[in-house]
Design a protein around this ligand. Sequence first.
Ligand SMILES: C[S@@+](CC[C@H](N)C(=O)[O-])C[C@H]1O[C@@H](n2cnc3c(N)ncnc32)[C@H](O)[C@@H]1O
Length: 215
Amino acid sequence: MSFNYKFHVKKKRPEDIYADVRDYYKKQRLLDYAYSKSMMRIQEKITKRVLELLDFDNNNKLILDAGCGPGFASFYLQQHGFKVVSLDLIKSFLNIYDMSEINPINGDMSHLPIKSNIFDAIISISAFQWIYREISGKSENKSLIELVKSFYLALKTNGIIVIQFYPKNTKILEKIGSIFVKHAPFEGGYIIDNENSPKKRKIFLKLVKYGNSSF
Ligand SMILES: C[S@@+](CC[C@H](N)C(=O)[O-])C[C@H]1O[C@@H](n2cnc3c(N)ncnc32)[C@H](O)[C@@H]1O
């Protein structure tokens, strides 16, 4: 996947500073995020757009929300009639609101503790910038490849992935896209909203699973 359109975010962001997301989202910062009404509104707006991109003709679908945090996207999907499984690495995020209806799982999306062929879709909102940061990072390459394979296995045939995230630059965005299509039979690409406005820009990777799970 390559682009004519280029960007590079110079400002250091939390994922450039903290090696482990668990060292960033803790204590008061975690609570501020979880209780922020404006954050909730922003994440719901992104989820609404993700639903448009999923383009389902009915809500009788099971969706995994990978990197769910306090569950803003998961609750939105549940309110719209979808069945949801909500997964996050940070246990404290799963204890803020009552998540009993959205099936919380404390786990790492690179090693999904989940059976094969069960999800109609996997979404991930504002989390992937923590998953893959450096093009030269061998361990990140390995863990992204594991994630691609575990997402592939967890999805039903024709299942859809929509990942919204904030990559640091176009190279990382291209690299993530190419790792997905190289390591499992996925087809798709990027959709970029407001590409000329760095502040409003929203990047979505949409992929469809082809074939069955035994690749
Ligand atoms: C900015 S928060 C976004 C949370 C939520 N998706 C939302 O829209 O509000 C990023 C989340 O990604 C989660 N995360 C990062 N790496 C993860 C991984 N490898 N597996 C599962 N969750 C992860 C973090 O724990 C954190 O809750």
